[in-house]
Design a protein around this ligand. Structure first.
Ligand SMILES: [Zn+2]
Length: 493
């Protein structure tokens, strides 16, 4: 029966391929990722009866990410953390505007919540997985502002769920680091956990005296004694930020700071790092201001007022573009200096952080662009041209290679961070550069970064901008490089 099952699967696959082939021209004209309907405007239904806010914001890949019915404008996160026990206690306040008349709404939080108030009135709560249902004492009218305070506590490294097997809250020898994409927020603060709802952040952490706390944006204060053996650190990011880009690193760090023309540079290196890795990490991350200078010459003004980086002694397998201050796993510096990863994470400050995806299906706008920035850096610093790098990568993956099965413009939820999103995604930009010419191509990148600074965008929006700036339709190019699950007929350029 095994053989027959195989034959049946083969027939089904052939049928599926035929269906996909038939569907492709339609998808090209509509462009790649689906977009969900936007919430109704605040003034559209002033007298509508209260409704239950949706448990997801409408992301096609992660249906329960974020929530419906409100828009967060500010987070005031306050946590107290005890490294030996990994216990975190939080009191976080969200300021939000209801976009529907709400009898109930959800927050995303995986640590157990004990109490919630809405506009200072106790609310009824029910928690299931990563969803915290909040029923306010009285419905919140559409368009009204609400202040939601949440008390919660737990052991974040022990909480599972989300897209990864492990908790994204990672303990270190003397602290912890909260860093992850798309999942991290729900392990340390309640939120509307989706990049389409950006907000400002104030982040306060109380930790044992002697430890450092590093986070996003400006250091407002700290270390400040707040009790026997306890110190408080306060950070603030005043530019809109996606929830997954908020991070905290707690431990024994050497902090380096200096003024630059882009703002205050502040970097932190875990004192537990192997000395050779610490030296290589510093030699790389300390080039941040020069790399921002380089990137701003291509993409336009640096979108933030602080800059820096953090290297925790944590067994992370990745670096992440946390806003204003990327976090780098030490393993990137195993073989010495690594400027490429710094270029990648800093390019995300424009593409991903300042201009965030509408939906996770738009991930090419982050990873393809940051990878292409690496190629541009090499091109302008004595390395291969971007065309050569694209050609090398094209040659490396023959037709039939699995690499070509993941289209960067529609990778699927399980492949959001597939290598093809990065490398084929950068090849797509090289193909676009050849089609538009350098002048129009770089004008499009700058226009995207400046016109949407602090906001969001979709692949569809980007392709519309290409057409607007260049006067050229690139539907066929987008089909070939972003949508088709097959090797394009030739290397770009
Ligand atoms: Zn990236």
């Amino acid at each position: 029966m095994r053989k027959r099952t195989g034959l049946l699967i083969g027939l089904v696959l052939v049928l599926l391929l035929v269906l996909v082939a038939l569907a492709i021209p339609w998808r090209a004209s509509k462009t790649a990722p689906a977009t969900a309907p936007r919430p109704p405007s605040a003034t559209a239904v002033p007298t509508a009866p209260p409704v239950v806010g949706a448990d997801g914001i409408g992301d096609p890949y992660f249906p329960r990410a974020g929530n419906g019915g409100y828009d967060v404008t500010a987070y005031d996160i306050a946590v107290r953390y005890d490294p030996p026990t990994d216990r975190l206690e939080g009191h976080t306040t969200l300021t939000a505007t209801a976009t529907e008349s709400l009898s109930r709404f959800n927050l995303d939080l995986r640590l157990p919540a004990s109490a919630v108030t809405v506009n200072d009135q106790p609310a009824t709560i029910h928690q299931d997985g990563g969803e915290l249902q909040v029923t306010p004492a009285a419905p919140v009218p559409s368009g009204a502002q609400m202040t939601v305070r949440v008390a919660y506590a737990g052991v974040p490294s022990s909480v599972s769920g989300g897209t990864e097997v492990q908790s994204p809250w990672v303990r270190t020898a003397d602290g912890a680091v909260a860093v992850g994409e798309p999942d991290i927020a729900a392990w340390w603060y309640p939120s509307n956990d989706h990049p389409s709802d950006k907000a400002t952040f104030t982040i306060t952490a109380v930790v044992p005296a002697g430890l450092q706390v590093i986070s996003n944006g400006a250091l407002l204060g700290g270390p400040e004694a707040v009790g026997p053996g306890l110190q408080q650190w306060r950070w603030q990011e005043t530019e809109p930020m996606a929830t997954y880009l908020a991070f905290v690193a707690i431990g024994n760090y050497d902090i380096v700071r200096r003024d630059t023309r882009f703002g205050l540079y502040l970097a932190a290196y875990d004192r537990a790092l192997d000395p050779a890795i610490a030296d290589a990490a510093r030699a790389s991350v300390e080039q941040t201001p020069q790399i921002i200078e380089f990137l701003s010459g291509i993409f336009g003004p640096y979108p933030f007022r602080q800059l820096g980086g953090v290297v925790p002694d944590a067994s992370l397998g990745f670096a992440l573009e946390d806003q204003t201050r990327p976090v780098y796993a030490p393993t990137f510096f195993d073989d010495g200096q690594n400027v490429t990863v710094v270029v990648h994470e800093l390019a995300h400050q424009w593409f991903g952080d300042s201009v965030s995806v509408d939906h996770w299906s738009d991930i090419w706008l982050n990873e393809g662009f940051a990878t292409y920035a690496e190629w541009l850096y090499a091109e302008r610093n004595g390395g291969p041209t971007a065309a050569q790098t694209a050609a090398q990568n094209y040659a490396r993956h023959p037709a039939g290679d699995d690499f070509w099965r993941t289209p960067p413009g529609a990778p699927g939820a399980a492949s959001v961070f597939n290598n093809a999103v990065y490398v084929r995604g950068a090849m797509a930009l090289q193909a676009l550069r050849v089609a538009l010419g350098d002048q129009n191509f770089f004008a499009v990148l700058r226009a995207w970064a400046t016109e949407r600074a602090g906001g969001n965008g979709s692949v569809q929006d980007f392709l519309a901008l290409v057409k607007h700036v260049s006067g050229k339709s690139v539907d066929a190019l987008a089909q070939t490089w972003l949508v088709s699950p097959a090797r394009p007929p030739a290397a770009p350029g």
